[in-house]
Design a protein. Structure first.
Ligand SMILES: [Zn+2]
Lengths: 471, 471
């Protein structure tokens, strides 16, 4: 899709903070009764005033630094004026001129297989509005309810330059952004609505459409794919794409035009004088010192320190929890073997079950890797143990080995089986001697049968070969 | 006066005193109150009679302007749209007053949302001037000034956005202070133009104002713009020998009533006889102040008043709602009076794309120039003296349909709000039956000096002793 141009605006809830952006209300509103996490400030009651949550700005700066942005000397808040029932003050406190951070970049793996920088235009802070709950679908609801629990949640809006070329790249970018945010411990992506995306899409030479308020990464991919198809079809039919705002209908996986009754929005931005200008340049050194090792740096270190293949290092560092899990395991087990088993096997088994790495204890992985190293279990056995643990069948890896009889057959037993199998297969031996390497597979299969799978096929192959050559 | 009242209440009965005030209010034709908190107040007075506390205001009643939030007492800003709105929290100043034992009598009438200089734009009808009931009491804190001047309350709080405390103090012959921006927390003050306004006392004497400032001034974490307080009572009775008073030449001459001008010059002579020196100074950007003030105030108003949609509190029609924009528009059409609508419309216009630079930004530039005018003047002098209002109180109905002449009356009060400096109005004479006010202005946080000079003047003159004969 070489002539597709995509830019994203990502609204990230800084939901690891304890309190909202401008009041003391708790941010832990998920699963609460509607309108129970509110106060005069976030309800915008007459006479209430915003008091900045300094930690929110610190988090914003942290993210800005992690996205390689320039942190501005000073930053200030603006009022973005518009009327909507989820906006109790009739304006949203946001930023306009003098945002927190500008001109950054992060690296992603492009569709062409090469890594490249995606430029960040800016990152600014704002407060989340409340949430409308329609009785039914948006166009047919008889009434609508408003829940202000979300109102005033600290949001960071990250705006990219139009540097993305496909829905898949957009997805890759979002995955990377999420990974960085979780490394910084400012964001929990598992909470509903914690990241919402507006996407600008155009075909080269055409006008762009903006698809608003897409939640979920899969949603972004679907919405973009649909939108590209729609625009391409218009082009083929010689119809001009009009610049407009569209809504992504998740149920139908299509985008629909939002015909706004009030016409084009003029947000009448002007400075919020209830808050003071923040001289944030002086905050930067202190915050920079608290920055953790970020995914790209960790990935490089893993390659060097543990002699890992780059793709294993990348896979292990894509998620901070997984990276921490790996490092807990390699403290006691062989790094390369552990990498293979965590990145290739465990991660797949977790994804298949839609589970997180929290569901697996590093000690268990240590046991498994050690048993593999000591050849106490076979690779098939190790997979069985992982599955058994994830399927909550109980027990430690050693107990599972015992109860499921996964212990590897002893050398004597394997030797004996090899000798027997070779003796029982004169035809295969003859074929091998005649030059057919594949003839050995028959004998290996026979050995595996005799040892009921408790031998390692690779080792058996070698043993069979040397036994046959003795003949 | 308040200190004597406080002492006398200890030997007499606060309940009796309060009941006499409420009787007077009920018989009164001044229309100074929108809401009375009779039962609560009397209950508090009874408590005081049983067990008088030690607070600075123990047992002393006070009237509060209808735009300052009081828990459990309707706070309607004299607007239909806030009819029935009972705040669930107290403004900072109200908390402070209660903590010092003051008794909240009720809420006073005002220009709707403080938009006016005559209290005629109130949805509850105009308040009358106790000195001549065919005249306006000034505004927007007209109810607060009238109830104090008319003997219905010993003191009151008002708010001053462009003269709203000083104008009615001047017209009603009492003392009114607009503190330095930031000295009194605005938490709980329903915003009209939040970058300009301050809560201030309206009292019979300068000492009473100093006493109230000791209570209401000072830092409040809930208002980011609030600052630490100074000391106002302690040095109040010091003399004014050697004090340099500037007479801004732009505040005299054309447009100023001759009796007003004479009374103010007489006042300057009184201060001179007390040992102060005067010199002419210039505030060259004064003539741009009014235009800049109205652009800024209306722009901020258009945003501050956006929250009144009837959805969470205030005016709401029963029955089925139309779609959001229709219902919301209907409620605002019914809820706001013409002056408020006019200012919202003009403010919205001034902030709109394409006009922002021409109006709002330009007004901010003028504001800076005016601030610099004052800073320059205060390098040479300690205080500035001028008429508070260019005219004495005018007739009810005389100017309400001539907005320009009404706005022109604010010409000497608005620059002070633009500059953020403090200014007091003290009675300095009469034009016939109608009082005249002297305005004394000081540098940022110069309240102590302003009040000391006002007190010296008051002690040397009889004007504050005269009371109107109210029937
Ligand atoms: Zn809150």
């Amino acid at each position: 899709m070489d002539n597709v141009i995509i830019g994203l605006e990502i609204h990230v809830q800084l939901n690891r903070l304890q309190s909202k952006m401008f009041c003391g209300c708790s941010t832990a509103y998920q699963n609460s009764e509607p309108n129970t996490h509110t106060c005069p400030v976030c309800l915008g009651l007459p006479g209430s005033l915003p008091v900045l949550n300094r930690k929110a700005v610190e988090c914003g700066i942290k993210v800005g630094l992690a996205l390689n942005c320039t942190i501005e000397e000073e930053t200030l808040f603006y009022r973005k004026n518009y009327y909507y029932p989820d906006l109790p003050k009739g304006f949203q406190i946001s930023q306009y001129d003098f945002p927190l951070a500008t001109k950054g970049h992060i690296m992603i793996l492009g569709d062409d297989g090469a890594e490249r920088d995606i430029r960040i235009n800016r990152a600014h802070m704002e407060e989340d509005p409340g949430r409308l709950v329609h009785a039914g679908t948006i166009d047919k609801a008889k009434y609508t309810m408003v829940d202000y629990n979300r109102c005033g949640m600290p949001l960071l809006e990250v705006v990219t330059e139009p540097d993305l070329c496909s829905p898949k790249e957009a997805r890759t970018f979002l995955d990377k952004l999420k990974s960085i945010l979780e490394y910084l411990d400012v964001f929990d992506g598992s909470l509903e609505g914690s990241m919402r995306v507006d996407a600008n899409i155009s075909l080269k030479g055409g006008d762009r459409a903006e698809v608003k308020n897409i939640s979920g990464f899969k949603g972004v991919e679907k919405a973009l794919s649909y939108e590209i198809t729609r625009q391409k079809n218009l082009q083929r039919r010689n119809i001009k794409v009009v610049q407009e705002t569209r809504h992504f209908d998740e149920l139908r996986s299509i985008t629909v035009s939002i015909r706004s009754k009030v016409g084009a929005h003029d947000y009448r931005y002007y400075p919020e004088s209830d808050l003071v200008t923040l001289h944030i340049a002086s905050w930067v050194p202190g915050i920079r010192a608290t920055l953790p090792e970020l995914p790209d740096t960790k990935r490089e270190r893993f390659v060097k320190q543990y002699a890992l293949a780059d793709d294993h290092a990348k896979s292990l560092t894509s998620d901070i929890k997984l990276a921490n899990f790996y490092e807990a395991v390699v403290a006691k087990a062989a790094p390369k073997l552990a990498a293979v088993w965590i990145a290739d096997v465990l991660k797949g088994e977790l994804n298949y079950r839609n589970l997180g790495i929290d569901e697996f204890r590093p000690e268990h992985m240590v046991d498994i890797v050690q048993m593999l190293e000591q050849k106490k279990i076979t690779e098939d056995g190790a997979v069985e143990i992982i599955r058994s643990i994830l399927d909550k069948k109980g027990g430690s890896p050693e107990e599972i080995v015992k109860s499921m009889g996964l212990g590897k057959a002893g050398d004597d037993a394997v030797q004996k089986a090899v000798r027997e199998a070779v003796a029982e297969s004169p035809a295969a031996v003859a074929d091998y001697k005649a030059g057919s390497e594949r003839a050995l597979n028959f004998i290996v299969g026979l050995v595996m049968k005799k040892t009921r799978g408790k031998a390692s096929p690779g080792e058996v192959h070698d043993l069979v070969k040397s036994e046959v050559e003795k003949c | 006066m308040l200190l004597e009242l406080k002492a006398s209440l200890r030997s007499a009965s606060a309940e009796e005193y309060l009941c006499r005030l409420f009787e007077k209010i009920e018989k009164s034709s001044l229309n100074a109150f929108t809401t009375l908190a009779r039962e609560k107040a009397i209950e508090q007075a009874r408590q005081f009679d049983k067990n008088p506390g030690q607070g600075l205001m123990a047992g002393v009643p006070i009237a509060i302007k209808a735009c300052i939030s009081t828990i459990g007492i309707e706070t309607n800003c004299s607007s239909r749209i806030l009819r029935g709105y009972v705040p669930p929290y107290d403004a900072h100043v109200v908390e402070r007053l209660k903590a010092e034992g003051a008794i909240i009598m009720g809420k006073t009438n005002m220009d709707e949302f403080a938009m006016g200089s005559s209290t005629e734009t109130s949805a509850f009808g105009p308040t009358k001037n106790p000195w001549d009931q065919t005249c306006v009491p000034g505004g927007s804190s007209g109810g607060s000034a009238a109830c104090v001047a008319g003997g219905e309350a010993p003191c009151a709080l008002g708010s001053d956005t462009g003269g709203s405390v000083r104008c009615p103090a001047s017209f009603c012959g009492i003392v009114g202070l607009k503190p330095t921006y930031g000295l009194v927390s605005r938490f709980g003050l329903v915003a009209y133009a939040n970058s300009l306004e301050q809560i201030g006392p309206l009292t019979h004497t300068v000492e009473d104002t100093a006493l109230l400032m000791e209570i209401i001034a000072g830092h409040d974490w809930r208002d980011t713009t609030s600052a630490e307080k100074g000391s106002y009572l302690a040095g109040l009775k010091g003399d004014v020998r050697g004090l340099k008073i500037g007479i801004p030449k732009e505040y005299f001459g054309e447009g100023v009533n001759t009796e007003v001008e004479k009374a103010v010059w007489d006042a300057v002579s009184v201060l001179e006889n007390l040992g102060a020196k005067w010199q002419e100074v210039s505030l060259p950007h004064t003539r741009y102040a009014l235009a800049a003030y109205y652009v800024i105030a209306m722009s901020e108003a258009s945003s501050n008043l956006a929250r009144f949609d009837g959805l969470r509190y205030g005016l709401r029609q029963l029955g089925e709602d139309e779609d959001w924009h229709t219902t919301f528009s209907e409620i605002r059409a019914k809820g706001f009076g013409p002056e408020v609508k006019k200012r919202i419309l003009l403010g919205t216009y001034a902030l709109s794309a394409g006009y922002y630079g021409r109006y709002y930004l330009k007004a901010l530039k003028v504001r800076t120039l005016i601030k610099e005018d004052f800073q320059r003047a205060f390098k040479d002098v300690d205080l500035l003296a001028s008429p508070t209002m260019p005219i004495p109180a005018f007739k009810i109905g005389e100017r309400i349909n001539d907005p320009l002449s009404l706005y022109m009356a604010d010409v000497f009060t608005v620059p002070i709000n633009l500059a953020g400096v403090p200014a007091v109005s003290v009675p300095c004479g009469f034009a016939g039956r109608l009082p005249i006010g002297l305005q004394l202005m000081g540098p940022h946080f110069g309240e102590a000096t302003v009040l000391r000079a006002a007190h010296a003047f008051e002690a040397a003159t009889p004007f504050h002793e005269r009371t109107p004969e109210v029937v």
